[in-house]
Design a protein around this ligand. Structure first.
Ligand SMILES: NC(=O)c1ccc[n+]([C@@H]2O[C@H](COP(=O)([O-])OP(=O)(O)OC[C@H]3O[C@@H](n4cnc5c(N)ncnc54)[C@H](O)[C@@H]3O)[C@@H](O)[C@H]2O)c1
Length: 359
């Protein structure tokens, strides 16, 4: 049985739940350091993937619409429960909104009381990049130092920095259909230890890259990577295809690759492998982490991490933030839970508030 997480709140203040706002998340990330944050977070993901069998696992619950998707991602390890609310709306950036926004909760299984409420838009970018780099640590060619980064939007810099911190990637080849996105990405990563080439096509970007990350947003079967672009022995980190009808790779690329996934039942619905028959062999990342199954089997093998994002990664991220708040108290106390003096006198508490609430 896993250890329950300690409540960082004072026990007499049962109404208050630690809340990490966007402002506080930024303070926390900057206090720890972006790269160190992702290295340590990858350690938490690795630890939780290594005890995979302890977790409740269900494909996320998705509400699809014409423009996007809203998803709930729950999991529990018997002591602690977590969930994330997340959306994916590729056209949002046209109206000044993010494609992906999120928030999440960590709770005690014993009492059902939340231990933490947190923004997760920034945290999702960090955990996605940390998980991608963790997978690549097990799967990518050891000598890879150059990564092609296709799609230079909100997730892209996090991906670049996680691969630098965990794998020593020091050369980037950027491409996005929107030159402004590439320019933004180049500007943000300048002076961060990369040699950066901006490219005019995906084909140009993948030249000489040992790792190819695709992190584009488009609500359709896209073919960002076609078979002719993929040389033997590379590692593909496919992040952007994560919904039914939303993929990035040509089917022929999948048929040439050793495919690694997070949670097979969810990835069959949402990942690149939705293009393949339901019995096409895949390996779950936790099996590689625990040594049950092989990762890369040879220098010629194309390895593909078909990432869609799984609830346990968000659980690990919330668990990591909860732990970090002990050293860096970047949170507010949110009056979230009704706490009458007599637990059964909820109504009485509301009535008594009339005197003080000025209503
Ligand atoms: N797997 C996961 O765990 C996970 C987590 C978060 C986000 N995502 C997915 O990653 C993708 C990117 O997210 P984001 O927040 O960076 O989105 P974003 O909208 O900020 O950026 C996406 C970028 O892709 C570019 N693009 C679109 N089509 C392209 C093409 N054909 N070639 C090159 N570039 C192209 C766009 O111009 C844009 O700059 C989304 O699809 C999102 O759903 C996956």
């Amino acid at each position: 049985m896993p250890e329950p997480l300690m409540n960082i709140q004072r026990p007499e203040k049962l109404n208050l739940v630690p809340f990490v706002s966007v402002d506080n998340m930024m303070k926390l990330v900057l206090s720890v350091g972006v790269e160190r944050f992702m290295v340590e977070l990858a350690g938490f993901v690795e630890e939780d993937f290594a005890r995979w069998e302890h977790f409740d696992k269900v494909p996320r619950i998705a509400a699809h619409s014409a423009e996007g998707v809203i998803e709930l991602m729950p999991t529990s390890d018997e002591a602690t429960y977590g969930f994330k609310y997340v959306n994916g709306h590729p056209k949002n950036t046209r109206s000044g909104r993010q494609t992906v926004t999120a928030f999440g909760v960590l709770s005690s299984v014993d009492t059902g009381y939340p231990l933490l409420l947190s923004e997760m838009t920034i945290l999702t970018a960090l955990r996605t990049a940390a998980t991608s780099a963790l997978a690549a640590k097990y799967l990518a060619p050891a000598a890879a130092r150059t990564m092609a980064l296709i799609g230079n939007g909100a997730q892209s810099e996090f991906q670049a920095l996680a691969f630098k911190a965990l794998l020593g990637i020091d050369s980037l080849r950027l491409y996005d259909i929107d030159r402004n996105a590439t320019e933004k990405c180049r500007r943000n990563l300048a002076g961060k230890g990369f040699e950066i080439a901006t490219c005019r096509s995906t084909e140009e970007a993948v030249e000489g890259a040992g790792i190819v990350t695709t992190v584009t947003a488009d609500k359709q079967y896209a073919t960002i990577l076609t078979d002719n672009m993929v040389g033997s022995g590379i590692h593909i980190n496919a992040v952007g295809g994560d919904c039914p009808g939303k993929t990035e790779l040509q089917k022929a690329v999948l048929l040439r690759s050793g495919i690694f996934v997070e949670h097979t039942p969810q990835t069959r619905i949402e990942g690149e492998i939705q293009q393949l028959p339901a019995d096409h062999p895949v390996t779950e990342l936790w099996e590689v982490i625990t040594g049950r199954r092989e990762g890369r089997t040879g220098s010629d093998q194309i390895t593909l991490f078909d990432s869609v994002g799984f609830a346990i990664e968000d659980f690990s991220a919330l668990r990591f933030v909860h732990e970090k708040l002990k050293d860096f108290p970047c949170y507010d106390e949110l009056d979230l839970l009704a706490d009458p003096d007599d637990p059964r006198d909820l109504f009485g508490m509301v009535m008594r508030a009339q005197a003080t609430a000025g209503v």
